[in-house]
Design a binder for this molecule. Structure first.
Ligand code: TYD
Length: 133
């Protein structure tokens, strides 16, 4: 599968960098929730789920990690290595994250509030859900 990247404009000058994220503009949806993953222990891989309806954009605002996306046909690994580079996590895409640097802060914007019933946390169930969709 081909990942959809979201480029955040870097508004840096000689004082340093600045990036603004605007709901519905720099991300293609209304932001209802943001969360961040940080202090990830060495060797941890996390995620391993898909969402039925939720759309998200993830960006490593510090450090780096890899975002693996899987649409049920093919897997792609996206290096999250720049505060200017976001990746879209569409509904129906199995994803997990790995290779976190100790300083990694992964910021995620989502188009809905947290809802556990929107998660598919079993890969077999995910494949079945894709078939029935
Ligand atoms: P979880 O989605 O399991 O993390 P992972 O990215 O590894 O799949 O989230 C960990 C815990 O945090 C879980 O108990 C659900 C809770 N949580 C919230 O309450 N709100 C949120 O917005 C998120 C993302 C998670």
């Amino acid at each position: 599968m081909t990942p959809e990247l979201v480029e955040f404009k870097q508004l840096g000058d000689d004082r340093g960098n600045l990036i603004a994220v605007e709901s519905g503009r720099s991300v293609p949806f209304t932001i209802e929730r943001a969360y961040y993953i940080y202090n990830t222990a060495d060797g941890v891989e996390r995620g391993f789920h898909a969402h039925k309806a939720l759309t998200q954009v993830a960006v490593a605002v510090a450090g780096s990690c890899d975002m693996i996306l899987d649409d049920g046909n093919a897997e792609v690994s996206v290096p999250m290595d720049s505060p200017g580079k976001g990746v879209l996590i569409a509904p129906g895409v199995w994803h997990y994250m790995k290779s976190f640097s100790p300083d990694c802060v992964l910021l995620v914007f989502a188009d809905a509030h947290y809802d556990e019933s929107d998660y598919i946390r079993d890969y077999g169930e995910f494949k079945q859900w894709l078939k029935e969709r």
